[in-house]
Design a protein around this ligand. Structure first.
Ligand code: IMP
Ligand code: MG
Length: 171
């Protein structure tokens, strides 16, 4: 399927550099753990970590909502096993996109049980008008319209993740 570019690789790079600066300032001298949500956040996490100048640890969680296309998210499954100890850590939960918000809301709820010092969220993209939960990301790079996007980690049926830009899938 053709992909129409929405956000270029250069724009992403500028935004992630800026995000890295903000995170570095906000977490100076704090026990930061970056928690990436698999699989969509891999590119953002890898790029962001290289731009965060304060020491930090990395953890990865898996979340999937079994969706094929844009519209209806299915049942959510979370895999939190294998995480490092998060007690008294400042968690920055990093995901590719905040769509309905159900994934991040559920993750934050589960992570609170691990007694972290704080939890904040960072996403590359925010589809504000789709929100189903009362959750504002603490950091986000771009607001996007309600269109199904792929690239820079985001997939459609596990394809298109490799694209270095964000694009809209056109039928
Ligand atoms: P939420 O729980 O509805 O906020 O959905 C979050 C997850 O759904 C993201 O981590 C993505 O994996 C996936 N998702 C939501 N919107 C899109 C999209 O436009 N393209 C690709 N994946 C999406
Ligand atoms: Mg995802």
């Amino acid at each position: 399927m053709p992909v129409r570019e929405l956000i270029s690789a250069a724009e992403i790079e500028r935004a992630v550099t800026d995000l890295g600066k903000r995170v570095s300032l906000d977490y100076a001298d704090q026990p930061l753990t970056v928690l990436g949500v698999l699989s969509g956040s891999i590119m953002l996490v890898a790029d962001l970590m290289r731009r965060v100048t304060v020491p930090h640890k990395l953890g990865l969680v898996q979340a999937s909502s079994y969706r094929g296309t844009a519209t209806s998210p299915g049942e959510l499954s979370l895999h939190l096993e294998g995480l490092p100890d998060l007690t008294d850590r400042d968690i920055l939960l990093v995901d590719d996109i905040l769509d309905t918000g159900r994934t991040l809301a559920a993750l934050m709820e589960s992570l609170r049980q691990r007694q972290p010092r704080s939890i904040r969220s960072a996403v590359l993209l925010w589809k504000k008008e789709r929100s189903q939960v009362d959750l504002t990301p603490d950091y986000h790079c771009f607001d996007i319209p309600d269109e199904f996007v792929v690239g820079y980690g985001l997939d459609y049926n596990d394809e298109y993740r490799h694209l270095p830009f964000i694009g809209v899938l056109e039928n």
